[in-house]
Design a binder for this molecule. Structure first.
Ligand code: AMP
Ligand code: MG
Length: 318
């Protein structure tokens, strides 16, 4: 693929930084990642420091193709091959037993590793040129709103990282679906960019265990949190009347309420469009000088399931 001169220059700098054990923020189709050489434990430690991420929360390892992932795991069962053939490159992460070559810091001490092949051309090129797998969580402070533009990364991490590769807004806009392939059939650990329905179309019914805690390490109930308190509901609750409220919804505004700001994620009612706009809208509302955000849950199908997962984690726990 041919890149602009600006991207070429950034890619060259990025490779040098990664090979020296530094960190680079880069675009993927899901959200922006904060990447380091996954085989260098000192480099990976810096990711945890910069993000202020607890070390019990394992990272996803990004590789360029299925063959590269096979080199990092003990076995790549037929069902994982089937999933990889169907959805890689793309927003699907597979959890498999790791080989020793992956440092424990990457997997939070677990014998398993989460792997995916991203589809963003800049991410793929970066992995290819670095000639190593990249461990990369989202490029934001732990627990905060995920970044879907280079500007979001800049706002949060500019002073702590050397380079942000700017590939424009992320096309999917929501993190990858995480599936554990340690058992058969695989288990959904986190809903994300590949809808559950598409996976079940391929494999038949699978279990979803993301609502229970402890199954996917690091899946804490408070995540994706704006600084402005966010409440879930279809209308402004009594304790927020008279306050400056922003609304985040799918395709329509509650008729009886009045809002200081409104973010409709897809007026036409298209879930993929809503997902792509979700985190940007949340960033804007969070910066809007509001007292609170009211968010309406999405239809719990397709990408709506992944959006709801983020909304529940972003919301105030009462
Ligand atoms: P993120 O913070 O978006 O990079 O997501 C990483 C998520 O992937 C973690 O929070 C876990 O839920 C999941 N994950 C990563 N490694 C593993 C693993 N070894 N076993 C199970 N889930 C994992
Ligand atoms: Mg994250």
């Amino acid at each position: 693929m041919k890149f602009s001169t600006a991207i070429e220059n950034q890619l060259n700098q990025a490779v040098t930084i990664i090979q020296k054990g530094g960190l680079v923020a880069f675009p993927t189709e899901t959200v922006y990642g904060l990447g380091a050489n996954a085989l260098n434990s000192n480099a990976v430690t810096k990711i945890f420091e910069v993000k202020n991420r607890p070390v019990f929360d394992p990272l996803i390892v990004h590789v360029g193709c299925m063959e590269e992932s096979e080199a990092l795991v003990e076995s790549f069962p037929p069902v994982a091959k089937q999933l990889a053939a169907a959805f890689w490159p793309g927003p699907l992460t597979l959890v498999l037993y790791k080989k020793k070559i992956i440092p424990d810091i990457v997997t939070a001490g677990f014998p398993t590793v989460a792997i995916r092949v991203p589809s963003h051309p800049i991410a793929l090129e970066l992995i290819h040129r670095c000639q190593c797998p990249l461990a990369a969580p989202s490029a934001n402070r732990f627990g905060k709103i995920s970044p879907t533009t280079a500007q979001h990364v800049k706002k949060d991490l500019e002073t702590s990282i050397e380079l942000i590769l700017d590939g424009g807004p992320c096309s999917i806009g929501i993190e990858s679906t995480v599936l554990s392939c340690l058992q058969h059939p695989p288990v959904l650990l986190r809903p994300g960019g590949i809808p559950l329905e598409q996976i079940e179309k391929l494999l038949g019914p699978i279990h979803s265990q993301f609502e229970k805690t402890g199954l996917s390490p690091g899946q804490l109930p408070d995540h994706y949190m704006p600084t402005t308190p966010l409440y879930l509901g279809k209308s402004i609750p009594p304790f927020l009347v008279q306050k400056k409220i922003g609304f985040l919804g799918f395709n329509s505004i509650p008729v009886l309420d009045s809002f200081a700001a409104v973010e409709l994620l897809s007026p036409k009612g298209i879930l993929s469009e809503a997902a792509a706009h979700f985190f940007s809208a949340l960033h804007r509302l969070d910066q809007g000088g509001l007292d609170a955000i009211l968010a309406e849950p999405f239809p719990n199908v397709g990408l709506g399931m992944a959006i709801n997962d983020r909304l529940y984690k972003a919301a105030q726990k009462q």
